[in-house]
Design a protein around this ligand. Structure first.
Ligand SMILES: C[S@@+](CC[C@H](N)C(=O)[O-])C[C@H]1O[C@@H](n2cnc3c(N)ncnc32)[C@H](O)[C@@H]1O
Length: 383
């Protein structure tokens, strides 16, 4: 039996807890929490399943090697040694097969607390180390393809130690495949999914987003309730280009049942911008949720929600990207109290302090990095 793979699922800062719970639900036992990532062990089927099923992860990576790299020569030499050690294998995928020169590659670096800091130079040294060793071993070298490489490699330098990883996702996992139209400030799909997961909602009752923008929160709620994998509309992942990819085994993973909520999904979206409603309609249709969605152009404060309590999701406009002030937060708090009694509510507050003005006590407050912004996921039980 081959040694288990050392795997890493990355996520937005703040979502580590939710990602870890997702992995636990997939049966992953040995998890290690890091900043913006969860480490775990598994085999290639775990890699495929994680890419297919994780809603809050950005990418799934396989650790290939790790070595001390205090200077550029040590960095390049470590990368070269990896290619030269042909007996090396990762869960049955051997080094000779992986680093065949007909496969294109690209390296992307990050560096923290290390002497080497220039990420472009780090990329270059690692790439040179790899391709020089290929030339020695095979007489030929891989070409670099930055946009769609067969081997998307990551090099993480931390405290002068280099870790080389293979990105098995390719396009980040938030690219679900349903966003055909965008609006001014769409929330990333992984964060929208985090809002739904953070609510601990059991999937019963309607879902309302009274400021729905392009419909991401509704799309993620719908996908969860219908038990659809987040990746079901994607055209592919980079693991499918690896030599050990087994289509039949991946199909079996795709057929594994996913827990679903109650029948009768109802998604209600409101936005005062006609363009936003048009985008939400297009995106929800692409997500094959159109038949469940009722979208209206109007004011959130005028909308009359369904009588049955359900899940209220809202991502109000905020500072850096859209306007939004103290009064609007207070109004939103009043609206939640008055019109949504008995509902579970999640507010994605776009910057750190505005959510304070809502005038309600959240049962949970989760700081999260939403692209360049510090945001908060606030969960409320409305009485
Ligand atoms: C931050 S965006 C929501 C983005 C959305 N979550 C997405 O992923 O696309 C805020 C939205 O609230 C809408 N909005 C602001 N005030 C509103 C109001 N009073 N009634 C309805 N929509 C409103 C804006 O038009 C904008 O589309």
């Amino acid at each position: 039996m081959s040694k288990p793979l050392e795997l890493v699922a990355t996520c937005a800062l703040g979502l580590e807890g939710l990602l870890e719970e997702e992995l636990a639900r997939l049966g992953v036992a040995d998890r290690a929490r890091h900043k913006g990532a969860i480490g775990f062990h598994g085999d290639w089927r775990d890699v495929w399943r994680a890419n297919w099923r994780l809603r809050t992860a950005n990418r799934v990576l396989v650790t290939l090697d790790s070595w001390p790299a205090e200077d550029g020569d040590a960095l390049a030499a470590g990368a070269g040694r990896l290619v030269a050690r042909r007996e090396r294998s990762w869960g049955g995928l051997d080094c000779t097969t992986l680093f065949q020169p007909h496969r294109t590659l690209a390296v992307r670096a990050t560096s923290s607390a290390s002497v080497l800091r220039d990420v472009r130079w780090i990329n270059l040294r690692v790439k040179d180390g790899l391709v020089d060793a290929q030339r020695q071993a095979y007489g030929r070298r891989s070409s670099v393809d930055k946009s769609s490489p067969d081997l998307p490699l990551r090099i993480w330098l931390h405290k002068d130690r280099a870790t080389l990883l293979l990105d098995t996702s390719g396009e980040p996992l938030d690219r679900r495949g349903y966003r055909v139209q965008s609006t001014e400030a769409p929330v990333r799909e992984t964060i929208a999914a985090a809002c739904v997961l953070a609510s601990r909602w059991d999937g019963s009752g309607p879902v309302v987003d009274p400021m729905c923008g392009s419909g991401s929160l509704l799309a993620e709620a719908g996908s969860l309730v219908l038990g659809r994998a987040p990746g079901w509309l994607r055209t592919g992942w980079s693991f499918q280009r690896l030599p050990n990819y087994d289509q039949e085994r991946f199909q079996a993973i795709r057929r594994e049942p996913i827990p679903a909520g109650a029948d009768g999904l109802e998604l209600h979206g409101v936005d005062r911008s006609p363009e936003a409603i048009e985008a939400a309609r297009a995106n929800l249709a692409q997500a094959q949720l159109g038949e469940h969605a009722r979208l209206v152009c109007g004011d959130a404060f005028e909308f009359q929600p369904p009588a049955t309590a359900g899940l209220l999701l809202v991502n109000p406009p905020y500072g850096t990207r859209l306007e939004g002030g103290r009064d609007q937060w207070r109004r939103l708090g009043d609206l939640m109290k008055q019109r949504y009694p008995g509902w579970r509510a999640v507010v994605l507050a776009g910057d750190t302090d505005r959510g304070k003005h809502i005038g309600l006590r959240p049962s949970q407050r989760m700081p999260v990095r939403n692209g360049p912004l510090d945001a908060r996921i606030l969960v409320f039980d409305l009485y």
